[in-house]
Ligand binder design. Structure first.
Ligand code: NAD
Ligand code: MN
Length: 498
């Protein structure tokens, strides 16, 4: 069946598409209060996919009231946890039933290859709702050791109204990473998708209603960061805000919280993840394949992208050859073509920014071994060749700053200690990878790396049941797994004197 979904199939679907593009508040689609809109633009055609409600303060106020009302009403917040399960499961099924449309929305909105959207993003999102659906009625609360004269109960409560502000790189998945655990814990949620990719979030909310989620429990506010995003950050009646995005904007949310009601803030921010390849790694072919994947997947627009490749001197040239061969498999192509592995970047501005990093690398004396060119395909110049620099030194900007594109910086090391020091020399601490066939070295290095996740003999390992998040300026708090529920729950202590 998949084989019949070729480029012409997806092109026809794209031209027939009429996405919902309003805000979703209190169980229905509505225009922005002041009627303003913004264009949702497709980076590979430059066309406007839809004019989208441009939410601002007044819309945020409305949505917060709806969320608060639904929360206090208790249909979701105080129902038996077992009753939340079938709703979230139904939503997971509806996501699968509407996979083509959802995949297309993200593909058109931000340029990811349709095959990735269809085979990775949508199934992973559905699986995540299933996972949290199953968790709803499996969590027990605590009885504290309190002596013979008292009973101390420690119970979890939903925090109340939760806001989620998310980026454009995995629009549907990032929404699910926040919304699924927040709903499972019984909260009412406001979701603000990125202005570059608002459409799948709106569809998600429609499907959630269809699955039986009560009105007001999930609201979607498309709009700009400085408008809708800031209004959420500063709102006095939001209890918790979970953010994924850049470190710069993450810091603003801390300030918004301080300037308003001290709402809890959880941050998943940027990264510059090191991938350490030691000479004792037996399968250098696998390491090279994953190194290429780690910088090319999603056009390199991955927070945990393995963007710094640290290679032991003894294998440097041989290994770089292999990585170049693997990266050549990611040639930019039309995202609607199922054969495409590297799509377009999210928009022209971002493509220019990434290209600016490439020019900077050349200027600072790094050696450009592959790529480097910005390409035009059809009407769009949002394409970049996969790019590899060797001779990168730790002080260069391309070794220090998050590029968020298919640009790999290769650094060399002689000793384990040098590799660890270089890897940790970063303001970020999101993910890291180590390739070695020595068991002790694997554990030793994994312990020494300051990162939320260390993958050994792979890159970027990920699973709904395993926590994901960073340290240092990559943020704090964990998405995925049961730990994510902690962010969206409050502990209540009840003392009973006996
Ligand atoms: P961004 O920080 O510019 O935007 C993220 C969100 O914040 C968007 O919804 C945006 O509208 C909003 N926003 C922007 N300015 C705002 C403001 N002044 N006030 C309130 N809200 C504002 O990031 P981006 O460009 O969309 O995404 C790329 C970044 O996201 C990268 O740095 C990447 O590392 C990070 N990211 C991190 C993770 C993770 O899990 N750690 C995952 C994906 C992306
Ligand atoms: Mn877009």
């Amino acid at each position: 069946m998949l084989s019949s979904k070729d480029l012409s199939f997806w092109t026809a679907c794209a031209s027939a598409l009429q996405p919902a593009a309003q805000a979703y508040i209190d169980g229905r689609l509505q225009d922005a209060v002041d009627g303003r809109q913004f264009a949702s633009i497709c980076p590979h055609t430059g066309h406007t996919i839809a004019m989208v409600a441009r939410c601002a303060q007044a819309d945020v106020d409305l949505a917060v009231s709806a969320a608060r009302r639904s929360f206090e009403g208790g249909d979701w917040s105080r129902c038996h946890p077992r009753e939340r399960k079938p709703v979230l499961q139904k939503l997971a099924q509806l996501l699968r039933d509407n996979a083509d449309e959802l995949a297309l929305l993200d593909c058109l909105d931000m340029g990811k290859p349709i095959s990735d959207a269809l085979n990775i993003d949508v199934p992973a999102t559905a699986a995540l709702f299933d996972w949290y659906a199953e968790a709803c009625d499996k969590l027990y609360d605590e009885v504290a050791p309190s002596g013979p004269d008292a009973l101390a109960l420690v119970t979890r409560e939903p925090v109340g109204v939760v806001a989620a502000v998310i980026p454009w790189n995995f629009p549907l998945d990032m929404a699910a990473w926040k919304v699924a655990p927040a709903l499972a814990a019984g909260n009412s949620v406001l979701l603000k998708p990125a202005e570059q990719s608002p459409l799948s979030a709106i569809r998600l909310a429609q499907l959630a209603s269809e699955a039986g989620l009560p009105d007001g429990v999930l609201n979607v506010l498309p709009g700009y960061g400085e408008e809708a995003g800031q209004a959420l950050g500063l709102h006095p009646d939001i209890d918790c805000l979970s953010f994924t995005g850049s470190t710069e904007i993450g810091k603003r949310f801390l300030a918004y919280s301080a300037a308003s009601n001290m709402k809890m803030v959880w941050l998943e921010c940027g990264g510059k993840s090191p991938n350490l390849v030691f000479g004792d790694c037996a399968d250098l072919d696998a390491a090279a394949r994953k190194a290429a994947f780690g910088i090319c997947f999603n056009q390199g627009q991955v927070c945990s992208a393995s963007s710094r490749l640290l290679v032991e001197n003894s294998i440097h040239d041989r290994f770089v050859e292999k990585v170049l061969t693997e990266m050549a498999h990611y040639q930019p192509g039309n995202p609607l073509d199922p054969a495409t592995r590297l799509g377009s970047l999210v928009d022209a501005g971002h493509t220019g920014r990434v290209h600016g990093f490439i020019e900077d690398g050349v200027r600072q004396g790094a050696r450009l071994l592959a790529g480097g060119e910005r390409l035009r395909l059809g009407d769009s110049d949002c394409y970049l060749q996969p790019t590899l620099f060797t001779g990168v030194t730790p002080q260069m900007r391309i070794a220090r700053e998050e590029i968020f594109g298919p640009v790999l910086s290769v650094l060399r090391f002689d000793s384990e200690a040098e590799a660890i020091a270089m890897a940790n020399d970063s303001i970020y601490g999101l993910a890291a990878a180590v390739w070695t066939d020595q068991l002790q070295r694997a554990h030793r290095v994994a312990r020494a790396l300051r990162a939320g996740t260390v993958s050994v003999n792979t890159v970027d390992a990920l699973d709904p049941g395993v926590p994901f998040g960073g340290c240092k300026q990559s943020g704090f708090g964990r998405d995925l797994s049961l730990h994510a529920l902690d962010k969206f729950s409050q502990l209540k202590t009840t003392w009973i004197s006996l």
